[in-house]
Design a binder for this molecule. Structure first.
Ligand SMILES: Cc1cc2nc3c(=O)[nH]c(=O)nc-3n(C[C@H](O)[C@H](O)[C@H](O)COP(=O)(O)OP(=O)(O)OC[C@H]3O[C@@H](n4cnc5c(N)ncnc54)[C@H](O)[C@@H]3O)c2cc1C
Length: 395
């Protein structure tokens, strides 16, 4: 996005990536539907960034959800609003949008060089220069008037970003907080029978509760804990709690549409003598994975009265020991601190260098908030560069 805006203003732009082709994580993000942004009112939207709203608000107001939708439409992908207000490109996926975008960049003279691994700055050169490693092992120096780092977070490293930039920036004197998984699953020590029977099973239409805050959705039982949207939504809170106390508590309401009293009555009505407890719970609307969790939480000693069973089904509670590894997270927390950059997102500690996207220290839940902030920061820096009268200096 920074390249697009700078090139539109006539700047000479070179785009370099360590992968052979650009936008691999963007393509991955589009696999289950590219949720570009969200249609909720802007004030509510901005609240999703938590304390980092203070830094991101002017940037997102400069290029917000409506602007992003117009941009996608301009690339032949008019947006549509899906369930719960999430916004997707017309084709749902990322590839058609990315193809159209790269065509536009090429038409504006942006040149792309793949297989260039950024190694840092060359301090011995007369002019600001970046060092890149080529596949042959040789190094290439690229002089610049302005450099924009958009190196991403280390989740799903096989699509490109591995976080190796953290040490490079720290060596340069840039303040970077440790990168940690965000929008990720949690680890819970399940028993072998639960894993055998229910790993991979979604808990349809349940509510996941942490610190009294409930998020509805379909969490999935994994071999090492729980995954899925409502778990990701709690990952910030859980990470903070685990850091402070070593573990955290997570509660699942298996029947969030029923009041406790209604569930007690339903269980009482649907009880059948001679039938198993599992059949009784199942006839009362609790799915098998949910029954498995109820057994797990009680060490396979389920209560037997409608009152006790309803209470358990409305609040099955587990101890969370940790978060799933970074490799499988959707995004990351931590990164270049806001005090390390100016309002323009230019680094104080490196010459004419800007930072955008997930490299910056912010986090947000899934729902389109990630790509929106990533693209808004790119647009912000692109606009700063567009306003500068720079000389073309690329080889
Ligand atoms: C499975 C999955 C699904 C997602 N779905 C959504 C979604 O639906 N909606 C949403 O808003 N967000 C989603 N995201 C998050 C979103 O994809 C990221 O937030 C976004 O791609 C981050 O953009 P970025 O430009 O900061 O970094 P990236 O997209 O990671 O790009 C960084 C680029 O830098 C390159 N690079 C890294 N290090 C170097 C180096 N040393 N030298 C040269 N090049 C380097 C990488 O190869 C990569 O191409 C999803 C993420 C995942 C993993």
């Amino acid at each position: 996005m920074a390249a697009e805006i700078a090139a539109r203003a006539g700047q000479s732009v070179l785009l370099l990536d360590q992968r052979r082709s650009p936008g691999r994580k963007f393509i991955l993000a589009g696999r289950g539907g590219l949720n570009m942004t969200h249609s909720e009112p802007l004030d509510q939207f901005l609240d999703r960034y938590g304390p980092e709203r203070a830094y991101l608000e002017p940037i997102i107001r400069g290029f917000g959800p409506d602007d992003l939708c117009s941009w996608a439409e301009g690339l032949g992908e008019p947006p549509f609003i899906g369930t719960s207000g999430r916004v997707f490109p017309q084709s749902f996926r990322a590839v058609p949008l990315l193809r159209a975008w790269l065509r536009r960049l090429r038409a504006r003279g942006v040149r792309f060089h793949g297989e260039h691994e950024w190694l840092g700055w060359d301090d011995s050169a007369d002019r600001p220069s970046l060092r890149f490693r080529l596949p042959s092992g040789a190094e290439r120096l690229v002089e610049y008037d302005a450099a924009v780092l958009a190196l991403g977070g280390p989740s799903w490293p096989r699509v490109g970003s591995d976080g190796s930039w953290v040490e490079i920036l720290r060596r340069q004197g840039v303040d970077v907080t440790d990168l940690q998984p965000a929008n990720c699953g949690v680890t819970i020590r399940w028993s072998a029978p639960l894993i055998d029977r229910f790993a991979g099973e979604p808990l349809k239409n349940t509510a996941v509760i942490v610190d009294g805050h409930a998020v509805r959705g379909d969490p999935v039982i994994s071999t090492s804990g729980l995954e899925g949207g409502p778990i990701y939504a709690h990952s910030r809170k859980l990470r903070e709690r685990i850091r402070a106390e070593g573990s955290a508590q997570l509660t699942i309401d298996l029947m969030p549409d029923l009041e406790l009293g209604t569930l007690v009555r339903r269980l009482a009505e649907r009880r059948q003598k001679k039938k198993s407890l599992s059949t009784w719970l199942s006839r009362s609307g609790i799915h098998p994975g949910g029954i498995g969790l109820m057994r797990e939480a009680t060490n396979n000693s389920l209560p037997t009265t409608p009152d006790q069973l309803a209470e358990l089904a409305k609040a099955v509670t587990f101890r969370v020991d940790g978060l799933s590894p970074m490799e499988r997270a959707i995004s990351c927390a931590g990164g270049v601190t806001w005090s390390a950059v100016a309002d323009t997102l230019q680094l104080h500690a490196a010459p004419h260098t800007y930072v955008v996207g997930e490299m910056l220290d912010w986090e947000a839940p899934t729902g389109g908030y990630l790509l929106q902030a990533v693209l808004s920061t790119g647009h912000h820096v692109g606009s700063v560069l567009a306003g500068k009268g720079m000389q073309s200096s690329h080889p």
